[in-house]
Ligand binder design. Structure first.
Ligand code: NG6
Ligand code: CA
Length: 508
């Protein structure tokens, strides 16, 4: 009798424990952040400006909420990613501009970065795809040895990386601490100043070897028929094939998701698409009618569909917050002659917004932004709330139930209810940062761009950088294309916005 009672008690206890574990798991949703590269606001068909159909991305929007006024913190890659992972505007820290391929790790290991924060809530964290935040200590990455510190030292449990960008050497994947497939008898040498092998062909001297030609720069070492930024030699067995990027990353993501489906996980899935060099897998080549830029856009859309399918097959949709966005706005010619200018046609990659990647104008940072979470985020909605990627940090902290430590993520605010479209509350103000370190601030319908003596137009990329020696003030509600500078007409508003930006700069 006693034994029977004890058995019942044990069974009840086990049921309670498993219920608690289950409830905990449910209260800690997975987070999948699909972070695309150089994707413009108008590049996805659900935003209404695209001549290319992106059905999988549109499906995500149909099942979730599509934001029309969400921003990366910067108009280039490295600072946007830095802000996203630290909750601090990158422009507060020197050396966080576009990183060379041999840069040291830019995120201090002494701070609690976003994956470190999630770790405290019991998350398994992975970064798969483009990194571009430096690797290694002061001397930079030891390509032939243990590459550390890196993502694993700031809280990721798994990493599979393009170390910098597709157009920068070394053209090898780094998995956790090591170059994938490196033959120790064929060590890698990297140099960003001068050729490492004077006899090796380069894009500059041997254009006959190229399958895609540079339009400007990008004429150093040749890998896979494409010349890159920087020089490398060695590592033959480890060299990547650009055409396989999307397939490789989807495969790695699938593995990570299935391995971790019973724990809460954060997947920072950072695509190479649609950055240069644009080399789609052969099944997408020629399919867009818009040349390589359109083809890799189709490949990106396929990627999103695959990630969604993997989550669905693992029955994780109800417990996974999916976010789709970009690190900066669109660019057309970014260094290769890939017909992107000639074949653009009626496609409007920046929508109605002015500028693009690198620029202080809106298209620099106003990016595609979709949030989907089955059963949690109401389907088929739009939100015009102002949202900044710097707020992922504090918003995710709220989501997973851990506090933001003092002195961490100073620029990040909790806008979880905005992110989940439970409230349409906008960020009070938001700062944008351009290639030339020009800062702008948006508050309500007003945008102020600080005066700057920097170059106003980049002839190579054909980009308006948005700089003027005079201050600029725009009313985005009536002038989203930033054509009508109202600085002289509204001096009081101008002063108010200038003071606001100054006060944000003063904060630490
Ligand atoms: C620029 C490169 C550009 C691209 C960019 C980084 C030149 C002339 N241009 O310096 O091709 O690689 O850096 O892009 O070298 S980002 O999206 O990673 O910020
Ligand atoms: Ca980018």
């Amino acid at each position: 009798m006693m034994q029977a009672k004890r058995n019942i008690a044990v069974t009840v206890l086990l049921l309670v424990v498993s219920f608690v574990i289950h409830a905990q798991k449910n209260s800690k949703p997975n987070i999948v952040l699909i972070y695309t590269d150089d994707l413009g606001y108008g590049d996805i068909s659900c935003n209404g400006y695209s001549a290319i159909q992106t059905p999988n991305i549109d499906k995500l929007a149909k099942k979730g909420v599509n934001f029309t006024n969400a921003h990366s913190t910067s108009a280039t890659c490295t600072p946007s990613r830095y802000s996203l992972l630290t909750g601090q505007y990158a422009w507060r820290k020197d050396g966080t501009g576009i990183a060379p391929g041999d840069a040291s790790l830019l995120i201090p290991t002494t701070i609690t970065s976003l994956p470190g924060l999630l770790k405290k809530a019991g998350y398994q964290n992975a970064v798969i795809g483009k990194w571009h935040l430096g690797l290694g200590g002061k001397e930079g990455p030891e390509w032939n040895g243990k590459i550390a510190p890196g993502p694993l030292e700031i809280g990721f449990d798994y990493s599979f990386l393009i170390p910098a960008t597709g157009d920068r050497v070394p053209c090898v994947f780094v998995e956790n601490h090591h170059v994938v497939n490196l033959d120790q008898k064929d060590p890698i040498t990297v140099n960003y100043k001068e050729p490492v092998d004077p006899n090796a062909p380069t894009g500059k001297n041997n254009p006959e070897l190229l399958k895609m030609h540079p339009s400007h720069e990008h004429d150093n070492s040749i890998v896979n028929g494409v010349s890159r930024i920087g020089y490398m030699k060695g590592g033959k067995a480890a060299l990547w094939k650009d055409e396989d990027f999307a397939d490789v990353f989807v495969r790695k993501a699938g593995q990570f998701i299935t391995d971790n489906k019973s724990k809460p996980f954060f997947l920072f899935f950072s695509t190479h698409d649609i950055h240069v060099p644009r080399l789609a897998h052969e099944r997408f080549v020629g399919k867009s009618g818009m040349g390589p830029r359109g083809d890799v856009l189709l490949q990106l859309d396929w990627t999103v569909g695959e990630i969604y399918k993997i989550l669905e097959e693992n029955k994780l949709l109800k417990n996974t917050l999916i976010i789709f966005t970009s690190d900066n706005g669109q660019v057309i010619d970014d260094g290769y002659k890939d017909e992107s200018v000639e074949k653009l046609g009626t496609h409007k990659p920046g929508g109605n917004f002015r500028g693009g990647k690198y620029s202080a104008f809106e298209a620099g940072t106003r990016v595609p932004f979709i949030v989907s979470w089955k059963g949690k985020v109401k389907a088929g909605k739009k939100s015009d709330a102002l949202f900044s990627q710097v707020d992922f940090y504090a918003s995710f902290a709220k989501l997973v139930g851990v506090p933001v430590e003092q002195n961490m993520a100073a620029d990040s605010r909790d806008y979880l209810s905005t992110l989940l479209n439970q409230k349409s509350m906008s960020r009070e103000y938001l700062v944008e940062h351009s290639l030339t370190n020009t800062l702008s601030v948006i508050k309500g319908n007003w945008k102020y761009i600080e005066p700057s003596g920097a170059m106003a137009f980049n002839k190579k990329t054909n980009t308006e950088l948005g700089n003027l020696k005079a201050p600029q003030l725009y009313d985005l509600s009536t002038d989203p294309g930033e054509k009508n500078n109202l600085a002289e007409k509204y001096p009081e508003k101008l002063t108010e916005m200038k003071n606001l930006l100054e006060s944000v700069k003063q904060k630490k």
